[in-house]
Design a protein around this ligand. Structure first.
Ligand SMILES: [Zn+2]
Ligand SMILES: [Zn+2]
Length: 376
């Protein structure tokens, strides 16, 4: 038996599908037959070539993708349940963390598995056993003793796709930021992360949620996901105008929590200036190396500002994310988060369509694309 893996041939360009043999499944491990793989903002950074410092000047045998869900194809010896104790059988739909905390270092010992400095990262060189190390492929190999969670029947594969990345990330991040009942939140950027953050903040009891983006379709979705004020950069073209808008909507105080879910460092200084005294800035968006910003350190001190950077999450964020989604199925249109799916063999086209930078103002542009590996 073999499965396909998508390999990027040139930055901003097309992929090649290569076939590899299915690996032996070690005791405690799980081989997953993937059904969906999302194209997340991080994947667009990699595809565009904005992460050359990590992956080289030209992509050599580069495979990637981390947002995904699938079905149990083979269970390793000794695996009988998911991490919540529910029976697990071949064919069951599952989601899981895409990174592997060591579980035994001094950071993990402080209950911070997402911060594990020794966490196993996916190997991105195609052809490295067990071959299925990333999401743009037919299979994914879950290393032994990993965290794995059954997907409730009410949640479709499309809806479950962002659970292990965008949704778990904001569930974890907003809790790390200390968002409390009744507070005011600003979300910078209404992409995949931003829309999930709006809905999660609403569910966590935020009183007022303000969202900034430039794409009308995203602003409309932000309203559907619970934003009170979805404001267009077209109407508020300068940082000063946007900061003023936040001041006006918060009785002059500024927001309790501001979250960057854009991914470009230019938004950070204006976001910091949207905070109330003692507020928290949650930085999630920037993942490409070299994203430098400049800010007055004295303003951080005088503002009693908390700055919380967050990448990855503790695995508990996944069952929290699934429970959040299940209890809000009637409240938020999760089925709209993935707007388009493409079969794996059309992955190059999917990336070109998902590319929003060149498609500004295009009313037909995608909100979020995913690959599908289960039939056409
Ligand atoms: Zn992601
Ligand atoms: Zn560790």
């Amino acid at each position: 038996m073999k499965g396909r893996v998508a390999v990027l041939r040139e930055y901003g360009g097309d992929f090649e599908l290569r076939e590899y043999p299915l690996p032996e499944v070690e005791p405690g491990a799980i081989l997953v037959r993937l059904t969906r793989a999302g194209i997340c903002g991080s994947d667009l950074h990699i595809w565009r070539g904005e992460m050359k410092a990590v992956y080289g000047e030209t992509p050599r045998d580069l495979t990637f993708g981390h947002e995904m869900c699938g079905r149990v194809a083979r269970l390793g010896a000794g695996v009988h349940t998911d991490s919540m104790g529910q029976p697990l059988r071949e064919g069951d739909r599952i989601t899981f963390a895409y990174f592997f905390p060591c579980g035994r270092c001094r950071v993990c010992l402080q209950d911070e598995l997402g911060n594990c400095p020794r966490k196993g990262r996916p190997n991105r060189v195609a052809g490295t056993p067990p071959y299925f190390n990333n999401a743009y492929a037919d299979y994914y190999y879950l290393r032994p003793n990993h965290y794995v969670f059954k997907i409730p029947d009410e949640i479709s594969d499309d809806m479950a796709t962002p659970v292990n990345c965008a949704l778990a990330q904001v569930v974890y991040g907003l809790q790390r930021a200390g968002l409390r009942f009744g507070q005011t939140v600003v979300i910078q950027g209404a992409g995949g992360l931003g829309l999930n953050a709006v809905a999660v903040a609403r569910d966590m009891g935020a009183d007022r949620i303000i969202v900034f983006d430039r794409i009308p379709a995203r602003l409309e979705l932000a309203r559907a996901f619970g934003a009170d004020h979805a404001l267009s950069l077209a109407d508020l073209p300068t940082p000063e105008a946007r900061i003023e808008a936040v001041r006006e909507l918060t009785d002059g105080f500024g927001a309790d929590v501001v979250a960057d879910l854009v991914g470009y460092p230019e938004v950070i200084p204006e976001g910091l200036r949207m905070l109330r005294s003692g507020g928290c800035y949650l930085e999630v968006g920037n993942i490409a190396p070299g994203n430098v910003f400049s800010y007055d350190a004295t303003a951080l001190v005088r503002g009693n500002t908390r700055l919380v950077g967050t990448s990855n999450y503790s695995p508990w964020a996944i069952p929290q994310a699934l429970a959040f989604m299940r209890r809000n199925l009637k409240r938020f249109p999760f089925e709209r988060l993935i707007s388009h799916t493409f079969p794996l063999e059309r992955i190059g086209e999917a990336f070109r369509q998902a590319e929003w930078q060149r498609r500004e103002g295009d009313p037909l542009r995608l909100s979020r694309a995913a690959l599908r590996m289960d039939g056409d």
